[in-house]
Design a protein around this ligand. Structure first.
Ligand code: FE2
Length: 335
C-alpha cells in the first residue's frame, strides 16, 4: 500500500511502498521514492528540468540522507531527456576509465548499462571500485522495462559492513588490514558476450598498446600481454572498505562479490579475480556469507518506463538481475 510521507515544495511527494520496492533501514526508507503530487503533474521534460534546477541542492541533501532516490512518474521519455535531467542537477560526467563493462554512448553522456547478454550475472559492486577513482553519483534510467525480471538490486554499504563485522569479524579484519587486488584479463577489442568484456582499447580509451600501458601505470595497475593480444591486469592495492568522510560511516566499498562470482568468461576465472593484498584468494565460505548479507539486505525494484534512480555510489552497491529482452536501461556517471 502506498503512503505519502512528505513533500518537496508543492510539486513532489515522497512515497513509501511495500517490499520489494523499498525497505526500511535505521528508520529510513531505501530508496526514497519521489513522485509528482496528485494535483501537480509535470507537462513535459523541460518542465521537470526547471524544477530539478530549482531543487538541486535539496535533492543532493536528500541523496546524502537516503543514499538512493527513485524518481517515478515524471515525463522522462527518451535517453535525451535523461541526459538533460542529470545535467539540470549540475553534475559533470565521470570519464569511464578502468571499468569492466562493455558500454556504448547513446546520446550526450548517456551510456548503455552493459552490453552483456541478459543471462550474464552482474553481482554487487560499487561502480568502478576496482580503480583508484570512482564516480560519486550514478544514475540509471529505464526506457523499456524487461519482459521478465531485470531488476537493479541495491544495498546499503554501511549495513553490509555492520553485518559482515558481526558475522565474520576475522575476515573483515583481514580485509581491512591487507586490502585487495582485482585481476582481470582484458580482451583485444570488446567482447559483448561477457559482462566484463571491455577490451583494453576501450578500458583505457586508447588504440595502441604502449598507450594502454601508460594508462595502466597511471592507475598503478601491473600487467602482462598474453599471446592472443589480451592484457592481463592486476590493480594496485585497493581498500575493501572506506570511511565516508561526509558521515563518518564505514562503507563496504568494493567489487569483491562481482569479481568472485561474475568475472567469468573465456579468459577469466572468477575465484581468481580477486585476492587479498598478499595474494591469498578469498575463502568460499566467507564469500557465501557475504552473498547472504548482500542478498538479504538488497532491494530489487522493478523498473517502469520513465524511472530515474539517483544513487550515491559511496553509500550503495548495485547489481543487475538476469532478464528477458527487451530491456533498455541507461546509465550516467558523475564525478
Ligand atoms: Fe555497475
Amino acid at each position: 500500500m502506498e503512503k505519502d510521507v512528505g513533500r518537496l515544495g508543492e510539486r513532489v511527494t515522497y512515497k513509501t511502498l511495500e517490499e520489494p520496492e523499498q525497505k526500511i533501514f535505521d528508520g529510513k526508507p531505501f530508496p526514497l521514492i519521489i513522485t509528482p503530487s496528485d494535483d501537480e503533474q509535470f507537462v513535459d521534460s523541460t518542465d521537470v528540468n526547471e524544477w530539478l534546477k530549482e531543487k538541486k541542492e535539496d535533492l543532493k541533501d536528500l541523496l546524502l540522507k537516503y543514499a538512493a532516490i527513485l524518481f517515478r512518474g515524471f515525463p522522462v521519455d527518451a535517453p535525451v531527456h535523461f541526459d538533460k535531467f542529470v545535467r539540470s542537477l549540475g553534475f559533470d560526467a565521470f570519464p569511464y576509465i578502468g571499468g569492466a563493462a562493455p558500454r556504448n554512448v547513446v546520446v550526450g553522456d548517456v551510456f548503455t548499462t552493459n552490453e552483456a547478454p541478459p543471462d550474464k550475472l552482474i553481482a554487487f559492486h560499487h561502480e568502478v571500485s576496482q580503480a583508484p577513482k570512482s564516480p560519486e553519483t550514478i544514475f540509471f534510467y529505464c526506457d523499456v522495462p524487461a519482459k521478465e525480471n531485470g531488476q537493479t538490486g541495491i544495498v546499503l554499504s554501511n549495513v553490509v559492513y555492520r553485518e559482515m563485522k558481526k558475522r565474520e569479524p576475522d575476515f573483515v579484519a583481514e580485509l581491512e588490514e591487507k586490502g585487495v587486488h582485482y585481476i582481470r584479463v582484458l580482451p583485444d577489442g570488446d567482447d559483448n558476450n561477457s559482462a566484463i568484456g571491455r577490451g583494453w582499447q576501450s578500458t583505457y580509451l586508447v588504440t595502441e598498446k604502449h598507450e594502454a600501458e601508460e594508462r595502466a601505470r597511471e592507475q598503478g595497475t601491473t600487467f602482462s600481454w598474453l599471446p592472443d593480444g589480451s592484457m592481463k591486469t592486476t590493480t594496485m592495492l585497493l581498500p575493501a572498505m572506506r570511511v565516508d568522510k561526509r558521515t563518518n560511516k564505514m562503507m563496504w566499498f568494493n567489487a569483491i562479490d562481482d569479481a568472485y562470482r561474475a568475472y567469468d568468461d573465456a579468459r577469466n576465472i572468477p575465484e581468481e579475480s580477486v585476492c587479498f593484498g598478499d595474494g591469498k584468494y578469498m575463502e568460499a565460505d566467507k564469500m557465501d556469507v557475504m552473498k547472504d548479507v548482500l542478498e538479504s539486505n538488497a532491494v530489487d525494484y522493478m523498473w517502469r518506463h520513465g524511472d530515474v534512480i539517483m544513487i550515491d555510489n559511496i553509500q550503495v552497491l548495485h547489481a543487475r538481475r538476469p532478464f528477458e529482452h527487451p530491456r533498455k536501461v541507461y546509465a550516467w556517471m558523475c564525478i
